[in-house]
Design a protein around this ligand. Sequence first.
Ligand code: GRF
Length: 216
Amino acid sequence: MTPDAGVRSRIGVLVSGRGSNLQALIDASQDGSLGASIAVVISNVADAFALERARLAGIATSVIDHRGYAARDDFDRAIVEELQQHGVGLVCLAGFMRRLGRPLLDAFPAAVLNIHPSLLPSFPGLHPQRQALAHGVKVTGVTVHLVTDQLDAGPIILQRQVPVQDDDTEASLAARILVEEHRAYPEAVRQIVSGRWRLEGGRWARGAGSEGGSSA
Ligand code: GRF
């Protein structure tokens, strides 16, 4: 089952680094346009700047260092416990640099989102902007998708295009994609929280005007 819209409006954000996408979600939450609140920010890296952004916004934070867990599932379970303690119904990965497994995906079915700086299924994994330049694509972009146990391969919620310029470097392309990321992530969360979209046959599709969704 896809969780109902009310539960989904309490978000947990998982981070590892600078947290600019987290900031976009914080801003949209604070100006009321997200339709959801951020209940907790969890980082696997103690000095991630993202934690500072959360603290400044008065959001609860937690550090769960993956190095403290011999098995990946135990790391997952610790994250699940923290998310559940904060009543989270929707999990947003925002620059979270660890693979997640069954314990988290089973605890939050069809309710874990990721943002990736390419038009998936092109260029999954590391350095997608570098991959885009190496292939000479003329258009790349950003994808927000549901997380499954396949890397960067879950149902696509939303995509935005970014043209590649002849003189682009990895850094300049990443910077232009990032601008679109900061629009796309809040928009995708709004879609989910609205309850008007649902999984149908493994694809994310607009439902027939009903609130709340069910998964296929
Ligand atoms: C973003 O490019 C995001 O798409 C990718 O990791 C980067 C995180 O950046 N998954 P930030 O921490 O949100 O600034």
